[in-house]
Ligand binder design. Structure first.
Ligand code: 4AD
Ligand code: MG
Length: 432
């Protein structure tokens, strides 16, 4: 590059000076003698101002010819402007056009969702989509900070696996040379092995579920954070979760005010997210639902309308605990006082966003685990390594999985998870 560039985000550092910025034209307006360019460079937005009597004819004309999403270098003096979002504007002195864009397909008018999804690679440039990705990055940063500050070790479980963790109905199959392999649904079983080696661990990676669900909460490829903790029981597991979620929400509030404003999020709803969170047992949830007119019998799993009805009672997330063992995963530890329910909890987000965390204390008794393997018709051979964990120094342990995209959807107040991830993989959607 033959010029030294600064960014819009850094422009304030150069107040009063002349700088070059590489950017795109987001839009513009003109009043005859003065042109206002809305510039964006990814780091932020800034208005460029041209006064006809103060720039050359050539620069004035270049600005006039700029179209939406044209790319350019612009030189100007950074001036304080309290009315603008960045606090500054640029008094334009010179323009070097890189490309004049023709017929940009996403205009300020309203477009349908399918139209935008087909152009997701361009849709990302709009202020709302940019703000969501900035908040997503802050959520990821705060998640890592939370666990790193508490002496958890980051561990990466494999993505190609020989067997399932959460049941076989939604596995993505692929060949692994002559063997069969599956894309991971959850790294949990491997994280249990890691917890026996490192004590407190967490993973952060993509997971895959070939779910034929076309809802606003389901992705085929989504990112999960899976902490696993040796010598931690059900109660402490819940305490970690509520501290964790409060921490993440407060970090977004502290560091992403501008972005939350851009997407129009009701900030007071997020300010209310402080631990501890209420807890309700599955039994009480069934009673409440029956009293509210839902005909759901004990022993049946909740659907989205049930979760929403329960969550509506609270301003913070709520834990639903002690689900029936019958429809929960094979590895969950039964309640010693009531073996028909397990020491587990789902965390349900407020405002109808549904389950964001699933977690449990794990079975640590080798005999009971063997029993569960029989009941669930799991091959002891395929999971020999997992059974070894109960054979060689088994300990009480617990963990959970947070779905990143559902968390982003909730914190951003979006009506669909498709906008929470740069390139969503959904039922019938693999492009772009
Ligand atoms: O409740 P799930 O299935 O739990 C597990 O996989 C456990 N093995 C986690 C653990 O204990 N280590 O999934 C965990 C979370 C859900 O609460 C939800 O937030 C998210 O993952 N999730 C999905 N997010 C988007 N699209 C989907 N299809 C999802 N399925 C689950
Ligand atoms: Mg779940």
């Amino acid at each position: 590059m033959n010029k030294e560039l600064t960014t819009i985000k850094q422009a304030g550092v150069h107040a009063g000076q002349s700088v070059w910025i590489g950017c795109w034209l987001n839009g513009k307006r003109s009043s005859g003698k003065i042109q206002f360019l809305q510039l964006r460079d990814g780091s932020g937005y800034m208005q460029g101002v041209l006064v006809k009597s103060e720039v050359s004819e050539e620069v004035w004309t270049k600005a006039k010819e700029l179209t939406q999403e044209s790319s350019l270098y612009v030189k100007g003096i950074v001036r304080e402007e309290p009315r603008s979002q960045s606090g500054y504007e640029l008094i334009v002195e010179d323009i070097e056009v890189i490309q004049l864009t023709q017929e940009y397909p996403i205009t300020p008018k309203e477009h349908g969702v399918d139209y935008l999804m087909d152009r997701r690679h361009l849709w990302l440039r709009t202020p709302k989509q940019r703000a969501i990705l900035v908040i997503r990055a802050e959520i990821i940063r705060s998640i890592q900070r939370f666990f790193d500050e508490r002496d958890f070790t980051l561990v990466d479980p494999p993505i190609l696996t020989p067997s399932s963790c959460e049941g076989t109905t939604n596995l993505f199959h692929t060949k692994y040379f002559d063997e069969d392999a599956y894309l991971t649904q959850s790294g949990q079983l491997y994280m249990e092995a890691a917890a026996m080696a490192l004590g407190k661990v967490y993973s952060f990676g993509p997971t895959f579920r070939a779910e034929k669900s076309k809802t606003r909460r389901h992705l085929i490829e989504f990112w999960m954070i899976e902490p696993e903790m040796a010598f931690v029981d059900h109660e402490e597991n819940l305490r970690v979760q509520e501290q964790f979620i409060s921490y993440v929400v407060q970090s977004v509030l502290a560091n992403c005010r501008k972005e939350l404003e851009t997407i129009g999020r009701d900030i007071s709803k997020l300010e209310a997210i402080q631990a501890p969170f209420p807890r309700i047992t599955y039994d009480d949830a069934i009673k409440f639902l029956n009293d509210s007119g839902f005909e759901i019998p004990w022993g049946e799993d909740f659907g989205a309308p049930h979760e929403t009805a329960i969550a509506e009672k609270y301003a913070t997330p709520v834990f639903i605990t002690h689900y029936p063992a019958s429809f929960k995963a094979f590895y969950m530890k039964p309640d010693p006082n009531r073996p028909e329910v397990v020491l587990c909890a789902d965390m349900i987000a407020p405002e109808g966003y549904g389950e964001i965390i699933g977690g449990s204390q794990r079975i640590d008794d080798p005999e009971l685990l063997a029993e569960r393997f029989n009941e669930h018709e799991l091959s002891e051979e395929a999971y020999q390594w997992y059974l070894d964990l109960r054979k060689y120094g088994t300990v009480p342990h617990s963990g959970f999985g947070l779905g990143l995209e559902r968390t982003v959807a909730w914190i951003c107040g979006l009506d669909h998870v498709r906008e929470t991830i740069p390139f969503p993989r959904m039922l019938y959607r693999l492009y772009p």
